[in-house]
Design a protein around this ligand. Sequence first.
Ligand SMILES: Nc1ncnc2c1ncn2[C@@H]1O[C@H](COP(=O)(O)OP(=O)(O)OP(=O)(O)O)[C@@H](O)[C@H]1O
Ligand SMILES: [Mg+2]
Length: 307
Amino acid sequence: MIEFNNVSKKYDTADSYALKDININIEKGEFVFVVGSSGAGKSTFLKLMMREEVASSGSIIVDDYNLNKIRKRDIPKFRRKLGIVFQDFRLIPNMTVFDNVAFAMRVIGTKEKKIRRRVPYVLSLMGLNEKARKYPRELSGGEQQRVALARALANNAEIIIADEPTGNVDPQMSYEIVDMLMRLNEAGTTVIMVTHEHSLVRCFDKRVIILDKGNVVADGGTLIREAATSHINAASEISNEYVVPPDEDYSAYIPATEIDSAEPVDAGEVEVSQAAEPVEEASVSVQAEAEAAPAEAEAEAVKGGEN
Ligand SMILES: Nc1ncnc2c1ncn2[C@@H]1O[C@H](COP(=O)(O)OP(=O)(O)OP(=O)(O)O)[C@@H](O)[C@H]1O
Ligand SMILES: [Mg+2]
């Protein structure tokens, strides 16, 4: 799904390479942590993947797009595959939570009717129904990041790209955010997440790519602890060797949490049950009940874990 072939990146104003001749293959449905010290090239790796930067050499393929050859006018369409989450949330301060999520849908021309159905649904997935009318400044860091995640989900992203999404939230919320990402992953979304938190990497036993000075020094199964120890500060905390074969059922590695029981039976019920929801959102939720199956592929997918 994502292929980096001999990719190097040198920024125009830089003296050295941010990434040097890297080869990485990420399959559809994988969950990948990317770790490494500051300046290692982690954000550059993500930016190349989302075509925010262009490789100096080598080829990058994401799904059916060759990012070396993609035409400018096709980039917005390509980016619709992606849900992007940043450490600093990047919410629009003068928009409510509802509108922050809706905005992502409006910019690609989604009909209001669908927006009114979809936004409450993705907010409910993130446990944010009651915050729809709030502004970002009225939310905690963890809540803001969950809004950002809801926004990333709004357009049914196939790939979630998250650059230190837990960097500004407390440890418990970090865990919950990653747990949320795991669930989305279980439902079929490919997730690539940069993190500095090695306790998370240890807690969730997934593929780990370690970058150091623009090089891939370890990837997945091979002696990751040893490699990590010499390249990243807190690496000794990575206590799990990566032993999951590529076709393993990853769901077995996801710790059960209460989010399971909070999962909506369907989008409609969740909305109706939220008394605080504004009238129009509550009413569209009834439509959601009727229309969920064809329109909410992801909704189905997220619930799919229970089927
Ligand atoms: N726009 C830019 N122009 C010039 N050099 C850049 C640019 N962005 C990044 N770099 C350089 O490229 C290298 C890799 O940067 P990158 O942001 O990918 O690191 P990182 O691993 O994400 O670090 P951090 O953990 O601090 O976020 C660094 O040496 C950095 O200074
Ligand atoms: Mg970075």
